[in-house]
Design a protein around this ligand. Structure first.
Ligand code: URA
Length: 237
């Protein structure tokens, strides 16, 4: 690939800025100063230094975001702030969210530029589990657990796959966890709407076997750890 493309997609600046770096002799490839920006490099084998620092090219990146309420799960929106705006440090990658959380939903969202993996994981056939912490109005009971277990029918005709409801506290305002294996539009809210127990707070805490990092506060993010990525790539478990 072109040296200037590699440098800009490694976060060293815009295409124009990295061309300037190259011309001004800041870039060394395999021990040779390179001054032409259309120089071709092999990103897997060539050793590249910029101002004495080695550049390791990463084609794909994977980010865990603790999504706050008030931002939309889109790559671009003319009015609203998006989840991609929150990770502007990685704006040189063509990131997109793996699936969607509603604007008012918080929690675990994976952002990446790996389209193949996203397609793989988001296919409903894969049944990747998603676990949510939910607060609802109204009491929850054993009957609700069974309705979810059997597969609730929402909006009169849309049958959901079996889901797991774990009640934490049942009261006028109840707290629970729900685990689903598909991603229908507003699914969790519509499941509880069917029970006439509206959702007042929703937060995703798990995606597959990946847990939301409790050290990330709302709006914070970090790169996925190798073992987390391996789970997604199905190398483990
Ligand atoms: N279910 C919903 O209703 N909303 C979300 O954001 C995620 C799952």
């Amino acid at each position: 690939m072109r040296l200037d493309k590699l440098l800009s997609s490694s976060g060293l600046g815009t295409r124009k800025e990295v061309k300037e770096l190259i011309r001004k002799k800041h870039v060394i490839v395999n021990n040779k100063i390179i001054t032409n920006d259309d120089f071709k490099v092999d990103e897997n084998t060539d050793i590249i230094f910029v101002d004495g620092e080695e550049i390791k090219y990463q084609k794909y990146i994977y980010i865990m975001l603790n999504k706050p309420a008030g931002v939309v799960s889109a790559t671009f929106d003319s009015k609203e702030k998006t989840v991609i705006d929150l990770v502007s440090e990685y704006s040189h990658y063509d990131l997109f969210p793996f699936g969607r959380l509603d604007k008012d939903t918080e929690g675990l969202l994976i952002l990446s530029n790996d389209g193949k993996l996203a397609h793989n994981l988001l296919s409903n056939k894969k049944h990747v589990t998603k676990k949510y912490y939910v607060e609802v109005l109204g009491k929850l009971n054993e009957n609700d657990i069974n309705i979810f277990k059997e597969g609730i029918t929402i909006d009169g005709n849309e049958k959901c796959l079996p889901a797991v409801l774990e009640i934490i506290e049942s009261n006028e305002k109840s707290r629970c966890f729900v685990t689903i294996t598909e991603g229908k539009y507003h699914q969790v809210k519509r499941m509880f709407e069917t029970l006439k127990k509206p959702v007042i707070y929703l937060k995703r805490v798990e995606f597959g076997s990946i847990h939301l990092d409790s050290s990330l506060s709302l709006g914070q993010y970090r790169l996925l750890k190798e073992e987390e990525l391996n789970i997604l790539l199905n190398k483990k478990k």
